[in-house]
Design a protein around this ligand. Structure first.
Ligand code: FAD
Ligand code: SF4
Length: 349
């Protein structure tokens, strides 16, 4: 498979990139690591006339803590490599779910050292009927995502049900992250949970002239965890994944004040499990019965979204939602209890 012809532009500054994006709009695509984009181009799924590369934009490669004016956030630039996030002590300590998710993305040699977190969030949704070579796809009529009027994954569907298999986005949504989208002359900040269109053809609510310049993760106290299942332990997309955040109560540190459960690879976007998350309010950090019930509730919700288009049977993936959520909650609960114990011991000394 060869890349189609395209014009390559390599701006040296953020301003230059935004200028080019404003000029070329829908004709252009941003190139970060290219590990999603170039594969889709080779398969003839997209044919941008112009590629705008972020390679020279070192100003967008950073991980830092923002404590200005009582803020407490981790800020990650829009061209930061997955490898740098895995290596970051700040992310390891304050957002372990993201650290774990990044460790599991694709291949160490490729996705980690070339791929970026922004590209991971913005990678296209996938479907085994669609992410095939042109030759393979030509064997039958085009589906919605290919310009046709049928969905092979859900026969009666009037829209595309391709699946979001982003490990990074699932962990980030559990961590309550937001993103900054910048264009020439302006910017907007969007909670990741509000960034999805519910349409598998164009799953992200981003304009063609907008650049994802920053990811912001609030440091809220508490502990996060991430679990995922794939066929192989390396170089494979998740079949099911779950990110969770457990924040203990200040008044009663062994109890959960707030929980966030997000399930990935089961729908057009990572799925925030509102009811399952709310069910954990006031529960103990080691209440495994409550964790099991939350896992089951997440499974029931995920089952209303998932279609059979990323591998394995649906029944198995449903069951694994409950298991991944349970495992992630147990790990986050243990870590939160440990942290609380250490803080209590310090107080006694
Ligand atoms: C074999 C293989 C295995 C993989 N395994 C996994 C996996 O396990 N988990 C997983 O989550 N992903 C996986 N991926 C997908 C992909 O490699 C990763 O998601 C990677 O992090 C994408 O980052 P990138 O910088 O290479 O993105 P790119 O390919 O450069 O970009 C992806 C998309 O985002 C857009 N984009 C990138 N950066 C910006 C920005 N700052 N602003 C606006 N638009 C932008 C691009 O235009 C493009 O549409 C895999 C891919 C392959 C080929
Ligand atoms: S979910 Fe349906 S419309 Fe979307 S890519 Fe798959 S087969 Fe095509």
């Amino acid at each position: 498979m060869r890349l189609p012809r395209f014009e390559y532009l390599g701006p040296k500054t953020l301003e230059g990139a935004l200028d080019l994006m404003a000029t070329h709009r829908d004709d252009a695509k941003i190139l970060a690591g290219g590990t999603d984009l170039l594969v889709r181009m080779k398969k003839g799924l997209i044919r941008p006339k112009t590629i705008i590369s972020l390679k020279a934009l070192d100003e967008l490669a950073y991980i830092k803590r923002d404590t200005r004016e009582n803020r407490n956030n981790i800020l990650i630039g829009g061209r930061t490599l997955i490898a740098d996030i895995i290596a970051s002590d700040l992310v390891q300590r304050k957002a372990p779910a993201l650290s774990r998710a990044c460790e599991r993305i694709g291949a160490i040699t490729l996705q980690h050292f070339v791929g970026t977190l922004a590209g991971n969030i913005l990678q296209d949704n996938r479907c085994w009927h669609y992410n095939q070579s042109q030759f393979h796809r030509s064997g039958r009529g085009a589906c919605h995502k290919d310009g046709g009027k049928i969905c092979y994954a859900r026969q009666d569907s009037d829209r595309c049900n391709s699946t979001c298999q982003s490990d990074g986005a699932t962990a980030l949504m559990a961590l309550n992250a937001s993103i900054t989208l910048q264009r020439k002359g302006g910017r907007r900040r969007v909670d990741l949970a509000d960034f999805y269109t519910n349409d598998g053809i164009a799953p992200h609510a981003i304009e063609s002239h907008e650049l994802l310049t920053q990811i912001c993760i609030p440091i809220q106290g508490g502990q996060s965890a991430y679990k995922r299942l794939s066929y192989r332990s390396a170089i494979d997309y998740p079949l099911v994944c779950a990110g969770v955040l457990l924040i203990p109560s200040t008044a009663s540190p062994t109890e959960i004040s707030e929980a966030r459960i997000v399930v990935g690879a089961m729908g057009r976007s990572p799925l925030y499990m509102a009811a399952a998350s709310a069910s954990l309010g006031g529960k103990k950090l080691d209440d495994t019965d409550a964790f099991q019930k939350a896992g089951k509730a997440a499974m029931d919700t995920a089952a209303t979204f998932a279609v059979h288009n990323v591998g394995s049977t649906l029944e198995y993936r449903y069951a694994m939602v409950a298991e991944m959520v349970f495992q992630a909650l147990t790990e986050a609960g243990e870590a939160a209890r440990e942290t609380g114990q250490k803080a209590a011991n310090k107080g006694v000394q």
